[in-house]
Design a protein around this ligand. Sequence first.
Ligand SMILES: Nc1ncnc2c1ncn2[C@@H]1O[C@H](COP(=O)(O)OP(=O)(O)O)[C@@H](O)[C@H]1O
Ligand SMILES: [Mg+2]
Length: 272
Amino acid sequence: MGNSTSGNLLDVNNIEVVYNDIIQVLRGVSLSVTEGKIVALLGTNGAGKTTTLRAISGLLKPENGLIRDGHISFKNTDITNKLGTHVVKLGAVMVPEGRRVFKHLTVDENIRVGSITRKDGSKNIRSDHDRMYEYFPRLKEIKHRLAGYCSGGEQQMIAIGRALMADPEMLMLDEPSLGLAPLLVREIFDNIRLINREMDTTILVVEQNAKIALEISDYAYIMESGKIVLEGSSNELQDNPDVKEFYMGITQGGGRKSFKEVKSYKRRKRWM
Ligand SMILES: Nc1ncnc2c1ncn2[C@@H]1O[C@H](COP(=O)(O)OP(=O)(O)O)[C@@H](O)[C@H]1O
Ligand SMILES: [Mg+2]
């Protein structure tokens, strides 16, 4: 069953996820990621986005979570409820929410740590290492600084750089824009696109910031209350009036809805 030959890099098929044996969070989530693309998973706080990434990355267990039904395959290999280390070895690496860095290591040491599981030789590792500093020149300037003293934006770049040093086929990013100033968000997303184009890294990005995520992605899913409620090409979704209204805060007149208006409208949303 798990070994479907869909041609997709990742297939999440109708998964149900529970925490602590009782709290059901995902209720039949399906999504696919085609090789070479950038796919966005959008939704407001508590929708189940992080849980979906944990399910794919094999990181539910430490949270006492379990895929109770459905299955996930990566490169046509079943990874349902597999360990995180197994999934990383297969080539899917996640950058968790909250820019986790090793605070007592330098920027450069943090980035180097990402390559320890690689077996393709020091030459490739060195050239990828150089490439990280081309993508994030800001990091090169501060390579000897302790990561704990870096700004939020710099720490996000370190976390992405470190993940890339594992040479993943698919990079999963959990809310890279969270808590960052707009200019930095732009810089990070421009880099994500560059990495996708130049390193051929397939990307699955989770975001609450639908606007920027739709700008750089090829395809997107919108999630609410543990279900996918809408999907389509990112161009298509950018023009969808519901998406504009709920997630981008733009009304037909071009104005911005007040929080209260959006909220009341949300209760009678059309796609549920
Ligand atoms: N470790 C956990 N144990 C129990 N419930 C959890 C756990 N992590 C998340 N949840 C619950 O699952 C739901 C979805 O959370 P999450 O996947 O973090 O959503 P999102 O990333 O979209 O904000 C929330 O109701 C949250 O409280
Ligand atoms: Mg989350």
